[in-house]
Design a protein around this ligand. Sequence first.
Ligand code: NAP
Length: 255
Amino acid sequence: MDTENRNKKIVLVTGGSRGIGRSIALNAAKRGLGVILTYNANAEKGKAVADEILQNGGSAVALKLDVMNVSSFGDFTKQVSNVLAKEWSRDNFDYLVNNAGIAQRIAIKDTTESIFDDLVNVNFKGVFFLTQKLIPLMIDGGQIINISSGLARFAFPGVAVYGALKSAIEGLTRYFAIEYSDRKIRVNTVAPGAIDTEFGGGKGDQNHRQQIAGMTALGRLGEADDIGLFVASMLSDDSRFVNGQRIEVGGGIYI
Ligand SMILES: NC(=O)c1ccc[n+]([C@@H]2O[C@H](COP(=O)([O-])OP(=O)(O)OC[C@H]3O[C@@H](n4cnc5c(N)ncnc54)[C@H](OP(=O)(O)O)[C@@H]3O)[C@@H](O)[C@H]2O)c1
C-alpha cells in the first residue's frame, strides 16, 4: 500500500455503472479520489468503469448493490469495510453520493401499486436505509450528496410519483443534515435538469428532445458530464460551508 493511496479521499457512488453515476465516478477519480462504485443489473459496465479508472492510474472498486434490497445492506456495509481496508488501509470513507435511481413515464390513472412501490423503494426507501447503514463508516466532517431532479421543483405530466419522491429526498437531505450535524457531516442535494442518458427509457424522439432544449435557457439537453463534473467538484473542502442545500444543475430549465 503506497502512502498516496492511503491519503486519498474516498467516495462511494451508487449506480456508478452508467449515465450520471458513471460520470461522477470517473470525474471524482480524475480529481484524485479513490472510488467505490456500485452496479446492479449491469455488472460488466460497473467493472468497466472501475477498470477505466485503474487504467488511468486511479484506484477504484466496483461492488454489486440493489438499493431495493434493504436486507442486503448489512452485508454490503461489511463488503465496503473490507474493500476500504484492503485497497486504502482505511476503516472509513469521506463522501457518499446517492445517485442510483429509476423512473417510469406513466399517468397517475395507470400507476399500479407495484409500480409505485418500486419507485419508492429505489428512489426513497433505499436511500434512507442505505445512508443509515453507511453513515457509521463515514468520517466526521464528510459529505453526502443526494441526487434529486428538476422534477422536484416543477411538475411534468407522467412522472408524478417519481417527481414527488425527489421532493421527498430534498426534504430528507435537510433532516440528515440536522441529525448528523454533531458529526459535522454535510448533506446536500444536486438536482439535474434533463440529462441525455438511458434514464427512464431515454429522452425520446427528436421532437421531444427539441422541446426540452427549448425550455432550457442554455438551449440544450444536459450530458452526463455536466452533472459528473459538478458533483465531483463538490467532493472537496471547497464546498465546506455548503450544507442542507439544493443545487440545480440544469442549464436553466423552466426558470
Ligand atoms: N437523466 C436525467 O434526465 C435525470 C434528470 C434528473 C435526475 N436524474 C437522476 O440522476 C440519477 C442517475 O440517473 P441516470 O440518468 O444516470 O440514469 P441511468 O443512466 O438509467 O443509470 C441508472 C443507474 O442506477 C442504477 N440502478 C438502477 N436501479 C438500481 C437498483 N435497484 N439498485 C442499485 N442501482 C440501481 C443503474 O445500475 P445498473 O445499470 O447496473 O442496473 C445505473 O447505474 C437518478 O437518481 C435520477 O433520478 C436523472
